[in-house]
Design a protein around this ligand. Structure first.
Ligand code: GLN
Length: 546
């Protein structure tokens, strides 16, 4: 029985000569063997790619790798097709190096809820090596090195394996999924760049759904410029050859992926996309207005991160000639609760198909008993899902039940609209998908409706931390209760609820104040959030700032 100890916390321990417990990073679930012969120049890859294991891949190499979602249910599942995003990246020169470890189905914030065991990052609190942005490989980090168990830090989640693959230099680019922060949070903890595009920009065909109204494919790399090149259009190829930016490519197989016409409409007049003059490199930030959302300055915010955030704002102003103003996003304080109602509700519906018949490993003992009837589902699901996934299914089933629906699910949807409205009001650009208000504010809880919602308007980007703390120690994470774990997502879920593009870039956290036990300089994540479809400028700004 796994009762009492959350499933997925099976650590891959090895015994060292000193008898101390040591373990590996455990960031890959399966790896593609290195090619034995160099590929001919015409097909040579431009970059290495790691793919989160909830994104379908097919392979021509043997042994082929499954798409497991880090779930016992899918441990042997081989997808018959490949996700569109993987095919798109291959067409741009990606060579797949492996499938990365995650929280089961993307549900978690530390990559500890995995059937493959917890992920850890190679940086330790006392000696966090800084990723050298210009270096292509980090030779000082080796996944096969053993690390002292006690000193290990969380890689963040749920795309923790992808962030570590980028940090170790094993992948130039890694794919993750970001439903409520799963690309940005691991990027912040690991000191790399993590980008969540506008909802509907990248195809999710072949990406195993968690919560459809929130799910996005996200990308991680050491530098924002790498992501900018892939998303907006590359100069990267041989002989300066350009390839088409991913933002242009719709996909009829994903109905939420914007059509060509909608893309053109959203990009119309927007800076950074083709057809509109781009700013010169040094000038990207001049005259831009950044908003500091006051509600993000919460009590739980690590003082080292608060200082770093203020320092980033000063740098923008003094060095780059940008303007920084305080703004108010009053619904933010309800966003986390709304997210943890909506995401599990959608998850409980999505995961219904894992019944041991249509999908997932069947419980063969029960299956052979013809008289067992419906018990087969229960037996298969009981064995096939980890504890955190079961918790989400129960939560979601409850909030969708007739007795709880009005008080939870419907309220959460209303909060979601308020979160969206807050964002639309502070951005200078209009939201091309803006919907008129169709509900009566008086219906809402008074504490929401009567807030003062009027602050300075019209900023270009919002600037805030990605997470309230630095990467915590894995030991602490494993003793944390679920609600405390959900707190890590407090700064990332608002952009997810509103479908906005957001990126986390590394910033040095004030030394001496790091709460993960470090005494050196540690990196925290600085988050930039943009208006819907303002991805091109967001990436350019992230590149200029980092
Ligand atoms: N930590 C959040 C959750 O567990 C976000 C996960 C994600 O973005 N996939 O739901």
């Amino acid at each position: 029985s796994t009762r009492g100890r959350p499933r997925g916390l099976r650590l891959r321990h090895v015994c060292s000569s000193t008898g101390q417990q040591r373990r590996l990073l455990n960031h890959f679930i399966s790896k593609v063997p290195e090619p034995t012969e160099p590929s001919p120049p015409s097909t040579s890859s431009r970059f290495t790619l790691a793919v989160k294991d909830n994104i379908a891949t097919t392979t021509t190499t043997t042994p082929s790798h499954p798409t497991t979602c880090a779930s016992p249910f899918l441990s042997t599942y081989h997808s018959p097709f490949e996700a569109t995003i993987v095919t798109q990246l291959r067409a741009r020169g990606a060579r797949l190096v492996g499938k990365t470890n995650l929280d089961e189905f993307g549900m978690g914030s530390h990559s500890t809820h995995s059937a493959a065991g917890a992920v850890s990052q190679p940086r330790t609190p006392s000696s966090p090596p800084q990723p050298d942005q210009n270096q292509t490989r980090h030779n000082n980090i080796n996944e096969d090195d053993e690390y002292n168990d006690l000193s290990l830090l969380s890689a963040g989640g749920s795309s923790g394996g992808s962030a570590v693959a980028v940090l170790t230099g094993q992948a130039d680019v890694a794919l993750g999924t970001d439903t409520g922060g799963s690309v940005r949070l691991p990027a912040a903890y690991c000191g790399v760049v993590g980008y969540k595009p506008s909802y509907g920009m990248l195809s999710r065909f072949g990406v195993v759904p968690y919560a459809n109204s929130l799910d996005t494919v996200g990308l991680l790399a050491r530098r924002a410029a790498t992501l900018q090149e892939l998303m907006i259009g590359g100069r990267g190829g041989k002989d300066g050859e350009r390839f088409q930016g991913l933002w242009r490519e719709g996909d009829l197989r994903d109905p939420t992926c914007l059509s060509a016409a909608a893309r053109a409409r959203c990009a119309k007049g927007r800076e950074g996309y083709d057809g509109v003059a781009e700013r010169k490199d040094g000038d990207v930030l001049r005259g831009l207005k950044f908003g500091l959302p006051l509600e993000y300055n919460i009590e739980e915010l690590d003082p080292g991160i608060r200082d770093a955030w203020a320092e980033a704002a000063r740098t923008l102003q003094d060095r780059f000639g940008a303007r920084v103003v305080p703004v108010s996003l009053p619904s933010t304080r309800h966003a986390l609760a709304a997210y943890y109602v909506i995401a599990p509700a959608e998850a409980s519906s999505n995961l219904a198909k894992y019944d041991g018949i249509r999908y997932g490993t069947r419980d063969t003992e029960v299956a052979s008993d013809a008289a067992a009837g419906g018990v087969l589902y229960a037996a298969s699901r009981g064995k096939g899902f980890g504890d955190e996934v079961k918790r989400r299914i129960l939560l979601g089933s409850y909030t969708l039940s007739s007795e709880a629906m009005d008080n939870y699910f419907i309220k959460a949807q209303r909060v979601r609209r308020l979160v969206r409205r807050d964002f639309n009001r502070v951005f200078a650009l209009d939201n091309p998908l803006h919907e008129p208000e169709t509900f009566d504010l008086a219906d809402l809880d008074e504490s929401i409706a009567l807030e003062d919602k009027w602050g300075p308007e019209e900023v270009d980007f919002l600037l805030c931390p990605t997470a309230p703390t630095l990467a915590p120690k894995l030991d602490d994470v494993m003793n944390q209760n679920s609600v405390d774990a959900y707190m890590n997502d407090v700064f990332t879920v608002p952009a997810s609820l509103a479908g906005l593009p957001a990126i986390s870039i590394p910033m040095p956290a004030a030394s001496g104040k790091a709460t993960n036990g470090g005494d050196g300089v540690a990196t925290a994540g600085l988050q930039l959030i943009g208006q819907y479809w303002d991805d091109a400028r967001l990436l350019a700004v992230a590149d200029a700032v980092s």
